[in-house]
Design a protein around this ligand. Sequence first.
Ligand code: GLN
Length: 451
Amino acid sequence: AHLARIEAVDGKVHAFLHVNAEGALAQARAVDARRAGGERLGPLAGVPLALKDVFATRDMPTTCGSKVLDGWVPPYDATLTRRLREAGVVILGKTNMDEFAMGSSTENSAYGPTGNPWDLSRIPGGSGGGSAAALAAFQAPLAIGTDTGGSIRLPAALTGTVGVKPTYGAVSRYGLVAYSSSLDQGGPCARTVLDAALLHEAIAGHDPLDSTSIDAPVPPVVAAAGAEEIRGVRVGVVKELAGEGYQAGVERRFGEAVELLTALGAEVVEVSCPSFDDALAAYYLIAPSEASSNLARFDAMRYGLRVGDDGARSADEVMALTREAGFGAEVKRRIMLGTYALSSGYYDAYYGSAQKVRTLIARDFDAAFARVDVLVSPTTPTTAFPLGERVDDPVAMYLADLCTIPANLAGNAVMSLPCGLAPEDDLPVGMQIFAPPMADDRLYRVGAVLE
Ligand code: GLN
């Protein structure tokens, strides 16, 4: 049924870069056979899923939305891919994304943009717009995203779905093509909090193949998603994530959600995190710095595209021609920004300062979590904007990440969930719930009651 739905609507939505029709049916039959053989399977066995095209899959191409990896089929599975297969999850295909996960609208994909199923003339958010759109268009009940600066949560908010960035280190990065390694985190996308929790438990857990993977039990997120009340839970509303630049309907729906929390017996207070004002600037130095280093591996020798290899050119020339042809404008911008920020003479002023801001942000979170159990804010200042509106204005595009970035810099667990439609445009509004590292279950407890 999901393959038929993809066939019917994906010509318009363009959520998928690759549809795994044959493979998905074979996986589904294999699950049936395991079950017929008496095997006791987990809750996600046979459930279809849309996988962001940034995770290595040995039976499907992995492009990261880039021409530089056009046609590349990895020789191995990411740990996350392997865990999905072991759980009996059926992988429907690979979803569209901003090139190398750099973007907030999915318009930086080398394979064309994805439409927002609520209004196809608008963006679905990015970078994981394909995964979120697939959920909103009922092409898949579950999806996977990655969140370096909001790429799970922003698309969730703009498509009226649920997206979770687990604690940094909770989900293995082995086989996740690196953008900014100290920030990247895979996580679950779904239409309900409980579905997200089931997927969270299937993909999280220690992995010796990832040196930043946390060796500790996964917080009990499925049990938490069964919560029915939040009496006495202390909730902090982040003062800095509101005000100028926030759409009236976003503030209104978020305000109503806060009132609901109070009505349900939560203790709501205002909390100030003053360093959050500098988060965007710090992020747009740190993420491009790491990207400039990580993307050096696309050297025309090891993977995918190779341009100008006519036997007369040097390896350096082939590398330059390939990178020139294979990378899009935003990826090149980030490589240049990052190389500049890391260069000797500028390193302390840019990269070094950004790292100090990062520490201040983590301290703001620590101080806040000494007073409250969770923090809340809108996920993004506005609802989905029209396709094309911000493509020529990178700074306007980066502003969509204003509320999502602090949690990546600090490594916290954070969820975006729907909180109604903005009255002025009838488009989905999202709110965030933040919890301290390894307290991911709190997101699900509060989210389940708000849903
Ligand atoms: N929009 C942010 C960026 O372009 C976040 C991307 C992400 O989380 N992958 O860097």
